[in-house]
Write a protein that binds this ligand. Structure first.
Ligand SMILES: *Cc1c(COP(=O)(O)O)cnc(C)c1O
Length: 522
């Protein structure tokens, strides 16, 4: 079969810059890519099947009587389509990926090799447990590392992402409160919290109230203390917080919350900055999720997979979910399920997932931890903080750093859009970064900083790569301050120019419609 020639069209029909267009729409080796439906037709098949003898009579009159409406592509056409699209994407393996709060870090290839070992990759969750002792041991070993690094008492390995871990932690808190007959209805969340925190609290049935931040970008301790009372079930605090700052009053916050009969949930998404340096258990935390896909390097983005184990204090551990991996004195391992619960975990709140979590993520995370060792993990935290402070101090003369004078940041540096020229905003800077070959930083989050730009370089960037990023951002910031309106046209070198992202998010076009009236196949 052949490519539908009418499918090829130039990428940027209007050319404000007066560039010459190619007839194919291709730009050197960056190839323009039509939709699947424009390459192959719905009337064709990519594979030659022999004509079927009829099966009629066996399908009860439900036989398909027209085409399925999918484009028929040959294998090379399909492979090229997706490979070309992948070349228009940006990835951590291409360059610095400064998304703050996401910890987009290098994924060591050793992790991938280990995760693909058949003893981990080719097993089934319903296999008899005696045939997968090594895999259960791996989950158990990772659990002990997480307990050691956090100074906590128990850990639920099954939650499948950070937000899922938050829900697990709040369900433990609810179970603990119910066990003492305490009906509390409110969860306090700081203004700067990630959106998942209030969403989780509401999903778990709590009313959410905000705690204000002080001028230094930290939780206002006095305001928090004033709000505590017999109706507060928990506070959810992110530490280091989403402004990239350590909450130095964490212990005082925990003491006050405990004295008022509540629990402390810590959002541990930013654990990368303090891993090996600070143990959340020592700060009075009762529950904290760890995003293995952030701190412990397992690949993420594009929707998964994630893994969000939750470490629990002694007070909450009895309520943790099933199932979990346990080690017995004879050296054997077991996934403890409902049928063992009465003997082994009677006060569990129940279960959240079908099986026991993300095996592939566990494998990668343990490989990462063991290859770094305790001292290596401490170095990860130190280097990630050093890199972020290098960016903060290299840019604070050209970009407003709202908390720059409160001391060093943790693993992410935050800037605002203060001082930008008329009509220019953070999005213009972000789009211009694309032209310079970088993925934009996190924009407009956290909400407490106007036009926030949250930059997280991670520990694996070299000084040379940080310097190149700084050079690009310094130049763009200078243009923004000078009111250079050409920034509004950025990106100009990307495969697509600036898109209406709101429309794309609110009204995505997910179904292909034939330009001409479809012709039903017999
Ligand atoms: C990433 C993140 C979350 C949510 O984690 P997921 O794994 O994406 O569900 C929650 N809080 C903060 C601060 C985060 O950065």
């Amino acid at each position: 079969m052949t490519v539908n020639p009418s499918g090829w069209r130039p990428s940027t029909p209007a050319n404000e810059e007066g560039e010459t267009q190619t007839v194919t729409g291709n730009r050197a080796l960056m190839l323009e890519e039509p939709l699947l439906f424009e390459i192959g037709s719905t009337e064709q098949s990519g594979v030659d099947f022999p004509k079927f003898e009829t099966n009629s009579g066996r399908l009860g009159g439900l036989e398909r009587n027209r085409g399925i409406g999918l484009a028929g592509l040959s294998e090379p056409e399909a492979v090229r389509h997706y490979t070309r699209l992948s070349r228009q994407n940006y990835a951590i393996d291409l360059g610095l990926f400064p998304l703050g709060s996401c910890t987009m870090k290098h994924n060591p290839r050793l992790n991938e090799k280990v995760a693909r070992l058949p003893g981990f990759a080719d097993i089934h969750p319903l296999q008899p447990q005696e045939t997968v002792q090594g895999a259960i041991e791996l989950i158990n070993q990772l659990a002990f590392w997480l307990l050691d690094l956090t100074g906590m008492h128990g850990v639920a390995m099954s939650p499948k992402a950070g937000a899922h871990g938050e829900l697990c932690g709040l369900l433990c808190i609810r179970a603990a409160l119910e066990a003492r007959g305490d009906k509390r209805e409110v969860v306090l969340v700081p203004e700067s919290a990630h959106g998942t925190n209030p969403a989780t609290a509401a999903f778990a049935g709590y009313r959410v109230e905000n705690i204000p931040a002080n001028k230094a970008g930290r939780v206002d301790l006095e305001a928090l203390k004033a709000r505590l009372g017999p109706d507060v079930a928990a506070v959810m605090i992110t530490n280091p917080n989403t402004c990239g700052l350590f909450e130095p009053d964490m212990k005082a916050i925990s003491d006050a919350v405990h004295a008022a009969g509540g629990f402390v949930y810590c959002d541990g998404a930013n654990f990368n900055a303090i891993v090996g340096k600070v143990r959340p258990g020592d700060l009075g935390v009762d529950a904290m999720h760890i995003n293995l896909h952030k701190t412990f390097s397992t690949p993420h983005g594009g929707g998964g997979p994630g893994s969000g184990p939750v470490v629990l204090s002694e007070a909450l551990s009895p309520y943790g979910p099933l199932p979990f991996a346990a080690r017995y004195p004879d050296g054997s391992f077991k996934i403890v399920e409902e049928e063992h619960a009465a003997d082994e975990h009677p006060t569990t709140f129940g279960r959240m997932v079908a099986f026991h979590g993300q095996m592939g993520m566990f494998t990668r995370a343990l490989s990462y931890i063991l290859s770094h060792g305790a001292d290596g993990l401490r170095q990860v935290a130190e280097d990630s903080v050093l890199n972020a402070n290098y960016i903060l101090r290299s840019l604070e003369d050209v970009l407003d750093a709202p908390f720059g004078d409160t001391g060093p940041c943790m693993h992410e540096a935050i800037f605002s859009d203060r001082g930008f020229g008329e009509g220019l905003s953070t999005i213009d800077v972000a789009k211009a970064l694309i032209d310079e070959g970088f993925h934009p930083m996190t924009m407009y989050f956290p909400l407490v900083v106007h036009g926030a730009m949250l930059v997280e370089p991670t520990e694996t960037e070299s000084k040379a790569s940080l310097d190149q990023f700084i050079l690009a951002l310094r130049s763009i910031a200078g243009r923004a301050k000078a009111g250079d309106q050409s920034l509004k046209a950025a990106p100009i070198h990307a495969p697509r120019r600036r898109l209406d992202e709101t429309l794309a998010a609110r009204k995505p076009v997910l179904v292909y419609k034939e330009p001409e009236p479809a012709q039903a196949a017999e």
